[in-house]
Design a protein around this ligand. Structure first.
Ligand code: 5FU
Length: 263
């Protein structure tokens, strides 16, 4: 049986969190469910990629700790680009410790992630404290932020079980986290609630993998078969000769697949 989902415009009305509504509105306005993962090692390269693909993405995903010439001012430049091209910033930090520690990792150190990242994610492994710790920072600072739970992974042989994924879903739905949790990083659809965004990494137009266990699926399969709201693409775009053209190809593939899920 075919599931027909609400459109992004409808989802923006139905979802509970402000940051989630902002994301759906960007997707609707720019006609894109593409998140680009800028896994490169200099500030200049990150900026070059964003300038090329910015019009075609709703999210830029970072691994801030792999940038070798990082300076605190760089996060201001990231925010300026986010405003220029209208996208959200997702720092793929995958917090995975006790609440007290992740609080510091989120708001202190050199990166001060809570100051500039609209979205972060956690491994729910430690239990609810990993979410509550970050949520407290957001509340104390009066920020509008969202958190994703890594409920499934794309890598071969990962240790996540079906029970773990279901327990992650229950944690996400817990009333105490409703002001912060906005969805999942996953490989399949976990709920039809439009308040829960499903972001699927491991996406490439030519499927296959890499030599370290990454397993790729196509944009079409990610959206239609796995139920992705957002497709996350890294090397598929960043290693292309023409960044802009490649981002446009992924945007089109993701958008056309989306249209098939809403009618
Ligand atoms: F949670 C996950 C996961 O299960 N698989 C992933 O690949 C996160 N990722 C991230 O998505 C990973 O850390 C990379 O930043 C990105 C995928 O990059 P690729 O170049 O498209 O393989």
């Amino acid at each position: 049986k075919k599931i027909i989902r609400p459109t992004w415009a409808e989802s923006a009305q139905k979802c509970k969190l402000q940051i989630t509504a902002r994301l759906y509105n960007i997707m609707h306005k720019k006609k894109t469910n593409l998140a680009v993962s800028v896994d490169v090692h200099s500030c200049r390269e990150v900026k070059k990629i964003i300038e090329a693909v910015g019009l075609h993405v709703c999210i830029v995903k970072t691994h801030i700790d792999i940038i070798e010439d990082f300076v605190p001012e760089f996060t201001k430049e990231l925010q300026d680009l986010a405003e220029k091209y209208n996208f959200l910033i997702f720092e793929d930090r995958k917090f995975a410790d006790i609440g007290n520690t992740v609080q510091s990792q989120y708001s202190r150190g050199i990166y001060k992630i809570s100051d500039w990242a609209d979205i972060v994610n956690v491994h729910p492994l430690p239990g609810k404290g990993v979410i509550s710790g970050l949520q407290q920072v957001v509340k104390d600072k009066g920020l509008k932020r969202g958190c994703l739970l890594v409920a499934e992974m794309s890598s071969a042989g990962n240790l996540i079980t079906k029970d773990y994924t279901q327990a992650s879903l229950r944690l996400a739905e817990a009333d105490e986290h409703k002001d912060f949790v906005m969805g999942f990083v996953c490989q399949s659809r976990l709920t039809e609630d439009p308040s829960m965004i499903h972001m699927v990494p491991g996406v490439k137009l030519s499927s296959g993998g890499d030599n370290l266990g990454q397993q790729y699926t196509t944009p079409e399969e990610a959206v239609i078969k796995r139920g992705a709201d957002i497709i996350i693409v890294g090397r598929g775009i960043t290693e292309a000769d023409n960044l802009k053209e490649e981002a446009e190809r992924y945007q089109k593939a993701g958008y056309e697949a989306y249209l098939k899920t809403v009618s």
